[in-house]
Design a protein around this ligand. Structure first.
Ligand SMILES: *Cc1c(COP(=O)(O)O)cnc(C)c1O
Length: 353
C-alpha cells in the first residue's frame, strides 16, 4: 500500500501465475508448458535475424506474422490481431468489448485471469456454475448480458465443448460478443475459427505458448470479423504500438510454418495424455476427460493439497487450486513419457495409494 497509488489499485487482486522455480531438478508439470522445445526452425530464424536491425522499431503491425496467420487459417489479413501473449490480447479485448452496462457472463470455474481483468476495468460479471460433470452449462447463458467468455477446451477442467453447441450459442446470443479462448484447442479439439466467417459476434483467441512450445516468446492472436479486429487495434494503439518485438515476430512465423513438427509434438502429447489418464485411473484417480495438454484429476481418498505436497516433496510440481469445489483436484500438465512415468511411479509409492 502506498498513498501514491491510484485508489482503485487497493481493490485489485492480481492473477498469480504458476511457480517458475529457480532450481532445475524439478519435474515441472504446473503451468501447462510444452515439454518439447520449439521447432528448430524457430532457433534458426532467431539466429539469422539481422541484429543491427534491432536499432529500429519493430513493425507495429507485425505484418509478416499477421500474413502468415491469415494464410494458415485461410482468413483475410483484416481478420487477424496479434499481441504479446494471449493474456495481453485478452486484456485488450476485455477493454474493447466488455465494458458494457450489462454483466459479462463466464463459467465459475475457468481461466482465473478473466475475473482479474473484470476487476481491473470495473466490469460487472456473473459467474455461472459448471454442471456436475464439469461441463459449461450453456442453458444458463440465455440471459441479458454484455458479453460471454469461456475457454474451449475449458481450463482447468480440460473439457471440450462441441462446435455445434458454440454455434447454437452464437445464434441465440446476437446482441453481445462471445469470446472463445482456444489456448488448448490444438490438443484434440476442433477450432471455432470457421464460425468467424459466418458470425460477426464471435472472437477466437489462441496462443503460441502451449501447442507451439513458445511460452517464453510471448505471442497470442485473435481471429474474427474485421470490425472486431478494428476495435482491438484502436485499444492496442492507445496503449502500446509495439507489443511484439522483431525477434518474436521472426520466431512466430517460423513456428507457424513448421506444420510437420507441430503435428508430431502435439500428437506425442495427446498419446501421452491418454496413457497418463489411464495410469492415473488404475491408481484410484478420477480423471475428467481432457482435450488439452493437462489432466484435471482427484483421488478417491486423498486430498488435493496433501497430494500436491507429497509430489512437491518428491520434486514433482503440479498445480492445485484452493478454491472450494475444486480443491481436491490437481491440474497436471502432460510432460514427456519419461516425466509422466516418474509421476506415476512416485504416486505408486505413496503409502495410501
Ligand atoms: C495459458 C493460457 C492463456 C495465456 O497464454 P499466453 O499466450 O501465454 O499469455 C490464456 N488462456 C488460457 C485458458 C490459458 O490456459
Amino acid at each position: 500500500m502506498s498513498k501514491y497509488w491510484s485508489p482503485a489499485i487497493n481493490q485489485l487482486t492480481p492473477y498469480v501465475p504458476g511457480e517458475q522455480p529457480k532450481v532445475d531438478n524439478l519435474i515441472k508439470l504446473n503451468t501447462n508448458e510444452n515439454p518439447y522445445p520449439p521447432s528448430p526452425k524457430v532457433a534458426e530464424a532467431i539466429n539469422n535475424y539481422p541484429k543491427d536491425r534491432l536499432r529500429l522499431y519493430c513493425d507495429p503491425d507485425a505484418t509478416a506474422l499477421k500474413q502468415s496467420l491469415a494464410d494458415h487459417f485461410q482468413l483475410n489479413y483484416q481478420n487477424i490481431f496479434v499481441g504479446n501473449g494471449s493474456d495481453e490480447v485478452l486484456a485488450l479485448a476485455f477493454m474493447a468489448f466488455f465494458r458494457q452496462d450489462k454483466p459479462l457472463l463466464l463459467p465459475e470455474t475457468t481461466y482465473s485471469f478473466y475475473d482479474v481483468y473484470c476487476n481491473l476495468y470495473d466490469i460487472d460479471y456473473r459467474q455461472i456454475p459448471l454442471t456436475e460433470q464439469f461441463e459449461i452449462d450453456f442453458s444458463a447463458y440465455e440471459q441479458a448480458n454484455g458479453g460471454i467468455i469461456f475457454a474451449n477446451p475449458n481450463a482447468p477442467t480440460g473439457r471440450l465443448t462441441p462446435l455445434e453447441t458454440i454455434e447454437a450459442l452464437l445464434q441465440k446470443n446476437t446482441e453481445s460478443l462471445v469470446i472463445v479462448d482456444e489456448a488448448y484447442i490444438d490438443f484434440g479439439g476442433t477450432s471455432a475459427v470457421e464460425l468467424t466467417r459466418r458470425y460477426d459476434n464471435v472472437l477466437i483467441i489462441q496462443t503460441f505458448s502451449k501447442s507451439r512450445s513458445l511460452a517464453g516468446l510471448r505471442i497470442g492472436f485473435a481471429l474474427g470479423h474485421e470490425d472486431l479486429i478494428a476495435g482491438l487495434e484502436r485499444v492496442k494503439n492507445s496503449f502500446n504500438s509495439y507489443p511484439l518485438d522483431s525477434i518474436a515476430i521472426a520466431g512466430a512465423v517460423a513456428a507457424l510454418e513448421d506444420i510437420e513438427y507441430f503435428e508430431k509434438t502435439t500428437q506425442k502429447i495427446i498419446e501421452c495424455r491418454e496413457w497418463s489418464s489411464h495410469a492415473l485411473e488404475q491408481l484410484g484417480f478420477e480423471v475428467i476427460p481432457s482435450k488439452t495438454n493437462f489432466v484435471f484429476t482427484r483421488h478417491r481418498s486423498l486430498s488435493g493439497a496433501e497430494l500436491m505436497q507429497y509430489l512437491r516433496h518428491n520434486n514433482l510440481l503440479v498445480r492445485h487450486f484452493s478454491k472450494p469445489g475444486i480443491d481436491n483436484f490437481l491440474r497436471i500438465t502432460i510432460g514427456t513419457f519419461a516425466e509422466m512415468n516418474s509421476l506415476i511411479e512416485t504416486l505408486k509409492q505413496h503409502p495410501n495409494i
